[in-house]
Design a protein around this ligand. Structure first.
Ligand code: HEC
Ligand code: HEC
Ligand code: HEC
Ligand code: HEC
Ligand code: HEC
Ligand code: HEC
Ligand code: HEC
Ligand code: HEC
Ligand code: HEC
Length: 332
């Protein structure tokens, strides 16, 4: 495993030397230190604390109340009794932003019918920060140790493709920061429209019905080994997490087809019954020839057995029971 990883690093080294043009996105690869500098904020500013930040300005009261009611805002340091996370933990040091703002000035502005604005340009400008730097703001505290989900973050598809924590987690949407399974599909469809289309096909996993959730199968922060952010090592393991009856082993296996459920099934949705990639009998006829059967069968008409092979071969995923001829024909 480790050997393989070295090989990969070695090969990708060659790849980069061989031709940067072929890389999908051309963006400079920066050392983490550079991102750290970006999120340090203005070096000539000082941290002043939320109380001083917001004492004169009530336009952010809503944000403040929500934040203080959230798990993140409610954490107090055991040592100092001070909040562990405050506005400046993310927005950067605020002394320059509030410079010159006094209760008198706010009162004066109010009389003149003006709104007092802080110099927010001196705070971190989230709109221009690269995604990696934005995520680093959160990763300062949410290390893989503190937030276990994040142990695969750096190598995962989302972080590699410039999706940042705050693309999904809206810190100021309300006091509840937990993402409930029910809100995930809408969160994901914002960027994955094709998945929405797949889940509206006639046969689909009941995601729209809110019985199964994107996060049952995917970990948006990074999957185990697999590049599609799956929670399990293989598609089969992912499927049998819920469909344990299809796992086997059986005395009569359907050969190697069962190693990967997606030989026959789609994962999100399909126009065919039972999420099949191709409808019966064509699914079976990809690998088998059709056949006639002897008169002992109750189904005599040719058309019926060419429509649904599984009317007879009903234990198509494998069985422990031999057929009449003593073989594994998945008849029952
Ligand atoms: C955990 C990080 C974090 C903390 C703590 C935080 N913010 Fe924010 N804030 C953000 C992010 C990220 C944005 C950008 C908008 C977004 O993605 O939700 C933002 C946006 C804002 C905005 C712009 C208006 C808006 O809603 O887009 C204001 C104002 C603001 N924050 C004020 C505050 C105040 C006041 C506090 C302290 C009570 C605070 N923030 C604490 C991360 C944070
Ligand atoms: C200064 C440290 C710090 C920073 C920076 C920070 N967090 Fe947090 N966050 C915490 C702490 C402490 C908690 C509460 C304890 C916990 O649940 O881990 C928390 C809780 C959360 C929760 C809720 C977890 C729960 O179970 O209720 C979410 C979601 C979250 N943070 C996301 C973010 C995002 C996104 C960012 C970056 C925009 C961020 N945090 C930045 C320290 C931080
Ligand atoms: C693609 C969307 C997405 C991105 C990007 C993302 N998250 Fe999450 N996050 C979720 C979803 C959905 C959940 C809830 C399900 C789960 O636990 O996996 C969650 C859960 C969490 C939790 C646990 C609290 C909760 O809401 O259940 C924390 C803490 C957290 N994320 C922090 C982060 C941090 C820090 C980053 C960036 C390094 C990040 N997330 C990036 C979607 C995302
Ligand atoms: C802000 C946009 C954004 C959001 C929100 C988002 N994603 Fe993604 N996701 C991406 C990008 C960009 C990629 C990179 C691959 C691509 O181009 O599709 C990606 C890739 C993926 C992949 C791997 C696809 C592949 O071909 O390797 C999966 C699986 C995935 N996202 C699931 C989710 C889930 C589940 C959610 C919701 C919790 C979610 N995403 C939310 C932008 C997003
Ligand atoms: C029942 C499990 C399951 C659920 C639920 C699920 N997915 Fe997937 N998803 C998969 C599997 C399996 C793959 C393919 C993995 C592979 O090719 O290795 C996949 C692939 C993807 C991809 C990559 C593109 C593609 O279709 O190959 C995206 C993006 C994605 N899923 C997003 C989502 C979103 C968004 C949701 C929720 C709305 C969701 N998934 C719900 C199992 C699931
Ligand atoms: C989180 C649990 C879960 C996972 C993981 C899961 N399924 Fe399902 N599956 C369900 C549920 C729930 C249903 C709907 C059952 C019902 O309606 O009675 C379902 C239905 C199905 C159906 C029947 C669909 C229909 O139209 O009747 C098939 C086929 C199927 N799943 C295959 C798979 C495959 C293949 C995978 C792996 C890619 C998988 N499932 C992963 C929970 C899951
Ligand atoms: C050789 C093709 C094939 C493979 C491989 C396959 N299936 Fe199926 N599956 C079918 C067919 C055909 C049906 C419809 C059966 C019927 O109509 O009686 C079906 C139906 C199902 C159903 C819904 C009906 C039921 O029996 O509950 C589920 C769930 C399911 N498969 C899960 C799986 C899982 C999980 C895997 C991988 C471990 C898998 N299948 C692999 C062909 C296959
Ligand atoms: C991806 C190819 C593939 C698909 C699709 C497939 N099978 Fe198979 N099937 C095999 C292989 C390989 C074997 C084992 C080799 C053999 O003896 O023919 C097998 C074995 C069988 C057997 C036992 C044959 C014997 O000689 O012991 C039956 C019956 C069978 N399949 C029926 C079906 C039916 C019905 C379908 C459609 C629902 C189907 N298969 C779909 C590849 C496939
Ligand atoms: C009316 C019931 C019935 C239908 C429908 C049916 N089969 Fe069969 N099939 C059987 C029986 C019975 C056997 C022999 C069982 C035994 O050997 O004990 C068999 C045997 C097989 C075999 C084993 C190889 C052989 O020729 O002996 C394969 C492969 C097979 N069927 C595939 C299919 C496919 C593909 C379809 C759909 C196009 C299908 N069957 C439809 C009843 C049926």
């Amino acid at each position: 495993m480790i050997y393989k990883r070295y090989l990969l690093v070695f090969l990708s080294g060659i790849f980069i030397l061989a031709g940067c043009e072929t890389l999908r996105v051309s963006r400079p690869i920066m050392p983490v230190k550079e991102y750290e500098k970006m999120i340090a904020g203005r070096l000539d500013a000082d941290y002043v604390g939320t109380a001083r930040c917001l004492s004169a300005c009530h336009s952010h009261d809503g944000i403040k109340h929500n934040f203080e009611a959230s798990t993140m805002g409610a954490q107090l340091s055991k040592k100092s009794g001070m909040p562990i996370v405050d506005c400046e933990s993310c927005h950067g040091p605020g002394s320059l932003a509030i410079e010159g703002i006094t209760p008198e000035k706010v009162e004066q502005d109010r009389k003149e019918g003006k709104e007092t604005k802080c110099k927010f340009e001196t705070l971190l400008d989230f709109k221009t920060l690269p995604a990696q730097a934005l995520s680093l703001i959160c990763l300062k505290c949410h290390t893989a140790n503190a937030t276990f989900n994040l142990h695969n973050w750096n190598a995962a598809t989302h972080s590699i493709n410039d999706v940042s924590c705050s693309d999904c987690h809206k810190i100021h949407k309300g006091p509840d920061l937990i993402v409930s399974p029910k809100e995930t599909s809408e969160m994901c469809y914002r960027c994955h429209q094709e998945a929405r289309a797949e889940f509206s096909l006639p046969s689909h996993h009941p995601v729209p019905e809110k019985k199964v959730f994107c996060t049952d199968c995917h970990d948006p922060h990074g999957g185990v080994l697999s590049e599609k952010l799956l929670r399990k090592n293989t598609i089969k393991e992912q499927c049998t997490q819920c469909h344990a009856d299809k796992e086997g082993p059986y005395v009569y296996e359907h050969a190697e087809t069962m190693e990967n459920c997606s030989t026959c099934h789609n994962w999100h949705g399909s126009v065919n019954n039972n999420l099949l990639i191709v409808r019966e009998p064509f699914l079976c006829l990809q690998c088998h020839e059709g056949h006639r059967i002897s008169s002992t069968s109750s189904v005599e008409s040719k058309s019926s057995y060419y429509t649904r092979c599984t009317d007879c071969h009903s234990t198509i995923h494998g069985t422990d029971i031999p057929s009449a001829s003593g073989k594994g024909r998945f008849i029952q």
